[in-house]
Design a protein around this ligand. Structure first.
Ligand code: ADE
Length: 236
């Protein structure tokens, strides 16, 4: 899998070199390229934004640097003879909500790029133009506004890369977690480790019983209970 991130704050993406994702890069399972959008500006001030047509507060990212950046990306791919069109994700609070199902789908994509907008967003013609060459999705991390797409891109990359075969040593740990199909898309039950008693709080008796059937039933009940309380929308 190859991931390209376009941003005016490349340093925001430094954590990609750490931990599981860093290891996946080292192991050759993943290639990550972070690009400073300003390299595709041509004025002295390296301008990437301008005032919005129609008026209003804030600034809009100019189309020209984005066009050149994406041209360079397409050129670097070379002719794509195998597999699907490259994916272009545009993080924005007005996008479709990012879900585990999307992460599952992205984990199979050979080429993914992120266009991280700042200010009031990217001139929309960039998105319309890019649809000719990419599978473009405008995606939101949640119903709140971040300062830009970088943190959202980091989260989406982490959610995706951990699903790429070979990235997580024990793939069984992916099966039982929250939102997984095997857990009926419920939230995960609470977990405990040793000691059995800590500061007057005890591990639920059933988990010490060694009775696998009862443990599984207790965990399922906990999942249903927690999900109905916190996320009733997930219960079908
Ligand atoms: N950019 C700003 N806010 C965002 C959000 N909630 N999701 C994705 N990208 C964003």
């Amino acid at each position: 899998m190859r991931i390209d991130v376009f941003t005016i704050f490349p340093d925001y993406l430094a954590p990609l070199q750490l931990s599981l994702i860093g290891k996946a890069i080292e192991d050759g399972l993943l290639e990550v390229h972070v690009h400073d959008l300003r390299q595709w500006t041509h004025d002295r001030h390296r301008t990437v934004d301008d005032t919005p047509y129609g008026g209003g507060a804030g600034m809009v990212m100019k189309p020209e640097p984005w066009g050149e950046a994406l041209d360079a990306l397409l050129a670097s791919y070379g002719p794509i003879t195998d597999g699907p069109r490259p994916v272009l994700l545009v993080p924005t609070p007005s996008g479709r909500p990012f879900t585990q199902a999307m992460a599952d789908e992205l984990a199979a994509a050979p080429r993914i790029a992120f266009a991280c907008g700042r200010y009031e967003g990217i001139d929309h013609r960039v998105i319309d133009w890019a649809r000719q060459y990419f599978d473009v999705s405008e995606v939101s991390l949640g119903d709140y506004v971040l300062n830009g797409g970088e943190v959202a891109a980091l989260a989406m990359i982490e959610a995706t890369v951990r699903l790429v075969p070979g990235v997580i040593g024990n793939s069984l740990s992916l099966v039982e977690e929250s939102y997984s199909a095997a857990s009926d898309h419920l939230l995960e039950y609470p977990v405990y480790t040793k000691p059995a008693s800590w500061r007057g709080f005890d591990v639920p008796e059933v988990l010490l019983s060694g009775h696998h059937g009862k443990v599984a039933q207790w965990r399922h009940e906990q999942s249903v209970e927690i999900t109905s309380r916190r996320r009733p929308d997930l219960i079908t």
